[in-house]
Ligand binder design. Sequence first.
Ligand code: PMM
Length: 278
Amino acid sequence: MASLTENFLAQLAARRHALVMGVLNVTPDSFSDRRRFATVDDAVAEGRAMRQAGAAVLDVGGESTRPGAAPVTPDEECRRVLPVIEPLADAPVSIDTRHGTVARAALVAGACMVNDVSGGSDPDLLAATAEARAALVLMHMSGTPETMQDAPRYDDVVGEVESFLLERMERAVAAGVARDRILLDPGIGFGKSQDHNLALLAATPRLAAHGFPILLGVSRKSLLGSITGRPVDQRVPASIAAAALGAHAGAAVVRVHDVAESLDAVRVAAAWRSALIE
Ligand code: PMM
């Protein structure tokens, strides 16, 4: 039987449009997700609804990476995510964590992908991913969530993020993760000013040219608030526009809160893009 990782990678390879990753944050606070799940059952039901709406993978996270957020212990992260992952592990689930111990436990619970906003900083996370032959998302972040928005500075944001991602990709490969299981993410909103975020979004085709699938997470983020002047609960239209534009620019996966709407957006983008290519 093909593993769920292989199922997800096959969907990625055969995609006719960008895949949609549904965000399932089981945290008391997060950047942009105002949903609160009273019980594990509520979170699982939301995960199933996102799948029904067309999510190719669910990204379950138990640590808020909101700017200024305080870290939680790996034990607390496990306590939040494992009961949600287990019942959803009949289809692809990604664990959003920076910690090897959490990744390891989530993979045992049935996750098939590790989404690491620290770009593989914990060698144990890379080892756990390699042992499980899971897929791996390496994201760029400058600093930590506690400090990342304190005056972010780059001389050449696109070049620096690109070099970081390629260096971390080589580190993951050296740790045993197969090259064709790695996705890269410029980390929109993670230690970047508005100009930095926009430069990185505009550079999506350049980042994609390295041959690794690019994942973009823009949904409901403060970048969209700055552009539109809207609070987080009014950013759905801007998020859908960003999903369409990201997919049109060559992103392979969009990480979103609004799955059905984003799926329509990436389908429009794919049709538009294929008309340009043909
Ligand atoms: N953004 C958030 C959390 N995890 N993972 C990846 N790969 N890319 C992202 O952009 C990303 C992420 C923070 O957003 P949320 O609070 O809305 O989940």
